[in-house]
Design a protein around this ligand. Structure first.
Ligand SMILES: NC(=O)c1ccc[n+]([C@@H]2O[C@H](COP(=O)([O-])OP(=O)(O)OC[C@H]3O[C@@H](n4cnc5c(N)ncnc54)[C@H](OP(=O)(O)O)[C@@H]3O)[C@@H](O)[C@H]2O)c1
Length: 337
C-alpha cells in the first residue's frame, strides 16, 4: 500500500461534515501519506480539519460554478462528493479531469441524471455509485454471506437506527427529501420490481436483542445492486428507528443491521441464515469507512490497479471478504445468529 509521493490530493467535497470529517480521518488512517483536500464553504472548519489530518489543505467550493470555484491549475486524483450536488457540477468536473468520482447521496430514484452524464462520456472517468446503505458496507457484507449459497431465493435486510442518529444538516435535508415521499421505495418481489406502497412497504422483523420492530422499506441502491449481483427473486431493505428513550442507561447511539438470506446451500439443502452487524457508534462511522475503502481501491492503493473508466457499484470494485475484515478490525461486531 505504498503511496506515490507525487499523488495528487483527493478532493473531498463536504469533507468537513459529519460523515465527511470521519471519511477523511478513515482515509488518513488507511493511507497515512495520501494528500487530501477538504472542500466546503466554511473555511475555518475545513482548515481546522486539514491541520488535524496533516498532509491536507482546504479549498472553498462553489457548486454554482462549473470550475467549482477552484483555480484553473487545480488538479486532484479523485473527487468525492459527500452531499447532494443537485447540479452534478462536481461529477462533470471529475469527468473533465479524467479522475474517479464518488456519488454518495443518491437514492435509487436519483441516479438518472448521473447515469446520463456517464453514458455521454463513458471513457472519461470511473464513476462509483455509493449512495448505498452505510457506504456500501451492507451490500458487501450481504455478498460475503451469500457465498454460503449455491442459489439465493431471497434477501431481507433490516436495520435499526437511533432516532437521534440524524447526521448533519445535509443528511437531514436528504431525509426530508425522501420523507416527502415522491417515489415509493423500490423492492424486488418474486422476480418483479415494485415501487412498494401500503402494506407492501412495511415488514416486521426481530432485532438483535429480540425486540420486534416494524420496518419501512427504504429506496436505497443496495436493492438493485444485490439483484444484479445475485439470482435472488425477492430483495428488500427495511428500516426502523429506536426511540432514544428506550436506549439502555449510559449507552450511547448505536445501530444494527440484520441480513437474512434464504436459498439452496452449497450442500443442496434449503435454508435460512441470519447474520447481525452491530456497531456501537453513529451510522456516520461505518458510512465513512465505506468511503475510505472505496477511495483507496479507486486509486489503486489497495486491492488491485487503479480503476479504469466505467460506471460502478461498490460490489464491482471491492472484495467482500476484505471489507468484512476491515469492519471487524475497526470494531463492528459481526455474527451469525
Ligand atoms: N451513502 C451513505 O452511506 C450515507 C450515509 C450517511 C450520509 N449520507 C449522505 O451524506 C451527505 C452528508 O451528510 P452529513 O451528515 O455529513 O451532512 P453535513 O454534516 O451537513 O455535511 C455536509 C458537508 O457539505 C458541505 N456543504 C454543504 N453544502 C455545501 C455547498 N453548497 N457547497 C460546498 N459544500 C457544502 C458542508 O460544509 P459547509 O457547510 O462548510 O459548506 C459539510 O462539509 C448527505 O447527503 C447524506 O444524506 C450518505
Amino acid at each position: 500500500m505504498s503511496t506515490n509521493m507525487k499523488q495528487k490530493p483527493v478532493l473531498i467535497i463536504g469533507g468537513s461534515g459529519v460523515v465527511g470529517s470521519r471519511a477523511a480521518r478513515a482515509l488518513r488512517w488507511l493511507q497515512p501519506k495520501l494528500p487530501i483536500t477538504i472542500g466546503a464553504r466554511d473555511q475555518l472548519k475545513a482548515n481546522a480539519l486539514a491541520r488535524e489530518l496533516g498532509g491536507a489543505d482546504a479549498v472553498k467550493i462553489d457548486l454554482e460554478r462549473q470550475d467549482l470555484g477552484l483555480p484553473p491549475g487545480a488538479a486532484y486524483s479523485a473527487v468525492v462528493t459527500l452531499l447532494k450536488d443537485d447540479s452534478l457540477r462536481s461529477m462533470k468536473y471529475a469527468q473533465a479531469q479524467g479522475v474517479p468520482y464518488i456519488s454518495f447521496s443518491d437514492f435509487v430514484f436519483d441516479i438518472g441524471p448521473a447515469v446520463a452524464h456517464y453514458i455521454h462520456k463513458p471513457a472519461s472517468a470511473p464513476v462509483l455509485f455509493l449512495g448505498h446503505f452505510l457506504g456500501g458496507t451492507v451490500t458487501l457484507a450481504t455478498l460475503h454471506f451469500a457465498r454460503e449459497f449455491r442459489k439465493l431465493h431471497s434477501i431481507e435486510i433490516s436495520a435499526v437506527f437511533d432516532e437521534e442518529d440524524v447526521g448533519g444538516p445535509a443528511a437531514q435535508g436528504d431525509m426530508e427529501r425522501v420523507a416527502k415521499g415522491v417515489p415509493n421505495p423500490l423492492i424486488l418481489e418474486d422476480g418483479k420490481w415494485i415501487w412498494a406502497h401500503g402494506d407492501d412497504a412495511v415488514r416486521g422483523f426481530k432485532g438483535v436483542d429480540g425486540t420486534q420492530w416494524q420496518g419501512r422499506a427504504y429506496p436505497l441502491l443496495d436493492v438493485p445492486s444485490l439483484a444484479a449481483a445475485t439470482d435472488a427473486r425477492s430483495i428488500r431493505l427495511d428500516f426502523a428507528l429506536r426511540p432514544a428513550a428506550s436506549r439502555p442507561r449510559g449507552q450511547g447511539i448505536s445501530h444494527e443491521v440484520i441480513i437474512e438470506l434464504t436459498g439452496e446451500k452449497q450442500d443442496g439443502t434449503t435454508g435460512r441464515v441470519r447474520h447481525e452487524l452491530v456497531d456501537g457508534d453513529a451510522h456516520s462511522g461505518l458510512s465513512a469507512r465505506g468511503v475510505a475503502l472505496a477511495v483507496e481501491r479507486l486509486l489503486g492503493l489497495a486491492g488491485g490497479p487503479p480503476v479504469a473508466p466505467g460506471l460502478y457499484n461498490p460490489e464491482g470494485l471491492l472484495d467482500p471478504a476484505y471489507v468484512i475484515e476491515r469492519l471487524r478490525e475497526s470494531g463492528t461486531r459481526i455474527q451469525r445468529a
